[in-house]
Design a protein around this ligand. Structure first.
Ligand SMILES: O=c1[nH]c(=O)c2[nH]c(=O)[nH]c2[nH]1
Length: 286
C-alpha cells in the first residue's frame, strides 16, 4: 500500500474589500467578500515542506486590494476573471484559480450615503399591567454607510494609543434602535416609517466627528420629528473600515480601498430623551 496526496488547493478566503469610487461629490461603492483558491503543482509543500511554489495567501489578499485600486472592481464576474487569470498566467505552478465573490448591494441615500440592501427587522414590544400600557418600537440590522463626511481626532493618547486621527474616513453602522411611545401612536405604521426616516436622514445629514455625535443627532431627529416618541435608545456598532496601505505596490490610496473589518468593533450606545418624558415601565430599563 502506498499513501498518496489527493486533490488539494489553497488560498485566501473572505478578503473583505470596500472600494469607493470618488466621482467628485458623488461616490460609488463596491462591497465584496473575495475568496481565492489555487491548485497546481503543490505536492512539494505537502510532502516535504518545500514552499518554493507556494505563493503566500497573504499575497493573494494584497493582490485583491491592489487590483481594486489599479483596475477598479466593476462587475464581480469581471473582477474575478481578472484576478484568476493573473494567478494562472503569472505562476507556472498554478494550473487552476478559483475566485468566488459575494457582492453586497447598497442603495443610495445621498451623494456619499448608502443603505445596505437586505433585511433589517422591525421590532415591537408591548408591556401591559393593570396600571399602564407601554409600547416600544424598534429596528435592528439597518446598515448605513457614509463614504466621507466623517472625522475622528482630538482624542487623548496614552502608552497604548496607536490610532492616528483622521479627517476623512468611512462611517458605517448597523442601527439597533428602540423607542418608547408616550402616546398611543394612532397610526403605528406612519409612526414607524417616520422614525426610520428620521434615523436615516440624520445619519446622512450629520457631518460627523464621532459616532457618538451621530448617535445623538439620530436620536434627537426622531424626538423632533415624532411627538409621540418619549425616548430612544440606540446601539451603534462602529463597523470599522481600514485604509489599505498600498504603498508597497507603488500605489496611492486616497480613501478608495478599504478593508471592511469584522471584529473587534467599537460599540456606541446611548439614550436620547425628553426632559418631560413620562416614566417608563420597569421593562424599559432591563
Ligand atoms: O466615532 C468614534 N468613536 C470612538 O469612540 C472611537 N474610538 C475609536 O478608536 N474610533 C472611534 N470612532
Amino acid at each position: 500500500m502506498a499513501i498518496v496526496l489527493g486533490p488539494n488547493r489553497y488560498g485566501k478566503a473572505e478578503t473583505r474589500l470596500v472600494r469607493v469610487v470618488r466621482d467628485g461629490e458623488s461616490h460609488r461603492l463596491a462591497d465584496l467578500n473575495v475568496s481565492v483558491a489555487l491548485a497546481g503543482d503543490l505536492a512539494a509543500t505537502h510532502l516535504t515542506g518545500d514552499n518554493s511554489g507556494v505563493l503566500p495567501t497573504d499575497t493573494m489578499k494584497n493582490t485583491v486590494y491592489a487590483f481594486a485600486k489599479k483596475h477598479g472592481v466593476g462587475e464581480p464576474e469581471e473582477f474575478g476573471l481578472r484576478l484568476a487569470r493573473h494567478f494562472v498566467t503569472s505562476r507556472a505552478q498554478v494550473h487552476s484559480a478559483r475566485v468566488s465573490i459575494e457582492s453586497h448591494g447598497w442603495d443610495r441615500l445621498g451623494p456619499h450615503s448608502f443603505q445596505r440592501q437586505g433585511s433589517h427587522t422591525r421590532t415591537a414590544t408591548v408591556t401591559v399591567t393593570a396600571e399602564a400600557e407601554q409600547v416600544v418600537s424598534g429596528i435592528t440590522g439597518l446598515v448605513l454607510l457614509n463614504s466621507t463626511a466623517s472625522e475622528f481626532h482630538g482624542f487623548p493618547r496614552d502608552d497604548y494609543t496607536t490610532l492616528t486621527g483622521t479627517t476623512d474616513r468611512i462611517l458605517a453602522t448597523a442601527v439597533d434602535a428602540r423607542w418608547r411611545h408616550a402616546l398611543p401612536a394612532g397610526d403605528w405604521a406612519t409612526s414607524y416609517a417616520g422614525a426610520v426616516e428620521a434615523l436615516t436622514g440624520a445619519f446622512v445629514d450629520t457631518y460627523s466627528y464621532s459616532l457618538q455625535q451621530t448617535l445623538y443627532a439620530m436620536g434627537s431627529r426622531v424626538l423632533s420629528a415624532r411627538p409621540e416618541v418619549a425616548e430612544i435608545r440606540l446601539v451603534l456598532p462602529n463597523k470599522h473600515h481600514y485604509l489599505v496601505d498600498l504603498s508597497p505596490f507603488g500605489l496611492a490610496n486616497d480613501n478608495e480601498v478599504f478593508i471592511a473589518g469584522d471584529r473587534p468593533y467599537g460599540l456606541i450606545e446611548g439614550t436620547v430623551t425628553r426632559d418631560d418624558a413620562p416614566a417608563a415601565s420597569a421593562e424599559w430599563y432591563l
